[in-house]
Design a protein around this ligand. Structure first.
Ligand SMILES: [Zn+2]
Length: 92
């Protein structure tokens, strides 16, 4: 596996971790039965919760708080698409 691909995978995993924080913070709504992140609400609580928890020593998968915040931004950038499974159900 190439280095670029490994980094892409790691980035994706970090993004998923950040996404979970954002959903807990209420910054991203996953309001469908498939828990697909759909709506970006207010980003601030997610950054606050991430900083607070990182300061407590949680989220060791991130090398730094900056990396956590970058992953959080990735998570926000990936919202806003409708859930594919819901869209499929609606079309049937
Ligand atoms: Zn869905």
């Amino acid at each position: 596996m190439g280095r670029a691909k490994e980094e892409g995978l790691r980035r994706d995993e970090l993004m998923q971790s950040a996404m979970a924080i954002a959903i807990r913070a209420g910054s991203i709504s996953a309001d469908c039965p498939h828990e697909t992140p759909i709506d970006l609400l207010n980003p601030d609580p997610a950054f606050e919760l991430a900083r607070e928890e990182y300061a407590k020593g949680l989220h060791q998968e991130f090398d730094s708080q900056t990396e956590l915040e970058e992953a959080m931004q990735d998570a926000f950038d990936s919202t806003g698409q409708e859930c594919g499974a819901c869209a499929k159900n609606a079309a049937e």
